[in-house]
Ligand binder design. Structure first.
Ligand code: AMP
Ligand code: SF4
Length: 450
């Protein structure tokens, strides 16, 4: 996942980036960092944990300059140690260069081995550092040309932000796997993974960075260049299903509208006789509203989610059954007792969440449970920046829908069809990566390494 945010031409660039990262916190909670620049010198602060834990008020007197980039990390490649926290910076013949990356490079291992054989010394175990080494080695003249030269070697998913001299440079891979959009705040440009971060800082959404586009911003001037024409988009459809915030525009579309449509399509496909629709909060709330609107079955709050869970728990010695799920969700017995319930979730990965929540619903006295999932069964791993487990751990790659229904202990189970999923987006199927559902990877399978 990961979230990236950058500001160009603003005296409060680091503070705005801090706010932007706050809005993007849902995209990664492992580490957070900011690098700011006054055109010559970089200042940085990175740390493990949430944005609110990493940055202190006093950091902002140090994080000087009119440009800044920030990152919240959710690791897919490389360990979660602090040395892997982004943004990274290097100093090379052209001066300072900082990078923040959302995505996953498929051929990073291969490139890294080659670079190391040629004498490169890596500081981190991330795929992102490979790009910096390739840029530093490029013989091209301008920084934009060097970045393009580097990216021609790289395969996979990348939405990137760079700081160099007075410039903020934004790039999206030729498939456009991960989102990246441009906003404007008076004379400043802002670039963000999602538009919800613009709302917080008072910026206006302008447009997306296009797949295969490099945008170079200096002062209040924006220059754009297409470095690759792939001809086929592969937008990650999971951004609409689960990752992105519903108040964002992603790939130029409202996540809220599409997520609600997912629920509506789901209700059209399989509508049980039930008293209430409930959701697995918060990620399935909007789909459940859509299901309720279409089915006319009233929506109720069935679970309360605790939002204040830290990284570790101090558990009592005496065993508490399903402790992990219980600390996060608690059923509202009032709405559930003796009821026939439609339980909507956005996706099933290993099946752990569903199984535990269904047990809680039974304990709360629910009479019938109709489980509805607003995406098709996930049968294949992701190689493009999402931390899905290997195939053997994906419940839908091992069990049929009927077997999963039995494993969950529900009365009925229905997953949204692939056609229903596409229909809900209002976009052409060709625009999307659907690999975790279909196994048809946009990038040649041999190149899909982690
Ligand atoms: P699981 O318990 O493994 O089946 O995971 C399913 C739950 O995790 C659902 O409630 C989803 O909202 C959520 N989810 C789906 N994909 C991911 C992901 N890549 N990372 C974290 N949570 C996810
Ligand atoms: Fe998104 Fe699935 Fe494609 Fe990964 S495999 S990019 S999660 S649609």
């Amino acid at each position: 996942m990961c979230g990236i945010f950058g500001v160009c031409n603003n005296n409060e660039s680091a503070k705005l980036t801090y706010l932007g990262l706050y809005a993007l916190q849902h995209r990664g909670q492992e580490s957070a960092g900011i690098i700011s620049s006054d055109g010559k010198k970089f200042s940085n602060k990175v740390g493990n944990g949430l944005v609110s834990d990493v940055f202190l008020k006093k950091d902002f007197s140090r994080l000087k300059g009119f440009n800044a980039v920030g990152h919240v990390r959710y690791s897919t490649f490389g360990s979660s140690s602090i040395t892997n926290a982004q943004p990274f910076a290097i100093n090379f013949v052209d001066g300072n260069l900082a990078i923040a990356h959302n995505g996953n490079l498929c051929n990073a291992e291969l490139l890294k081995n080659k670079l190391e054989r040629d004498g490169s010394i890596f500081q981190t175990s991330t795929d992102t550092e490979v790009i910096l080494h390739l840029v530093a080695k490029s013989k091209k003249k301008t920084i934009e040309e060097k970045i393009i030269d580097a990216l021609l070697h790289v395969k996979g998913a990348y939405s990137l932000l760079f700081l160099s001299g007075k410039k903020l440079i934004a790039v999206r891979d030729p498939y456009g796997f991960r989102p990246l959009c441009i906003g404007k705040l008076k004379n400043s440009y802002i670039v963000s993974s999602e538009s919800c971060a613009f709302d917080l800082v008072g910026a206006k959404y302008v447009r997306d960075v296009e797949p295969g586009e490099i945008v170079s911003i200096s002062d209040d001037e924006l220059k754009s260049r297409r470095f690759s024409k792939n001809g086929k988009n592969a937008f990650c459809i999971f951004e609409f299903i689960y990752f992105a915030r519903p108040d964002s525009l992603v790939f130029g579309k409202s996540v809220y509208t599409i997520r609600k449509n997912l629920g509506k399509e789901l209700a059209k496909e399989s509508q049980p006789n039930a008293d209430n629709v409930i959701s697995v909060p918060d990620s399935a709330n909007v789909a459940a509203v859509g299901f309720s609107t279409e089915s006319k079955i009233p929506y109720e709050i069935g679970f309360i989610r605790n939002h204040y869970i830290g990284r570790t728990f101090i558990e009592p010695k005496q065993e508490i059954r399903n402790f992990g799920a219980k600390i996060k969700y608690n059923p509202v017995c009032e709405t559930l007792k003796e009821k026939k319930i439609v339980l909507v979730d956005d996706s099933v990965v290993r099946g752990t969440t569903s199984r535990k929540l269904i047990k809680m619903l039974r304990n709360a006295g629910v009479k019938k449970i109709h489980h509805r999932i607003s995406s098709p069964p996930i049968k294949h791993p992701c190689f493009y920046g999402i931390d899905t487990p290997k195939m053997s751990e994906l419940i839908a790659s091992r069990k049929s829908v009927k077997e999963i229904k039995e494993f969950f202990g529900v009365d009925t189970l229905h997953y949204l069809s692939l056609d229903g999923l596409i229909k809900a987006t209002g976009m052409e199927k060709d625009n999307f990566c659907l690999a975790c559902f279909t196994g048809e990877y946009p990038i040649k399978k041999a190149d899909n390494c982690r």
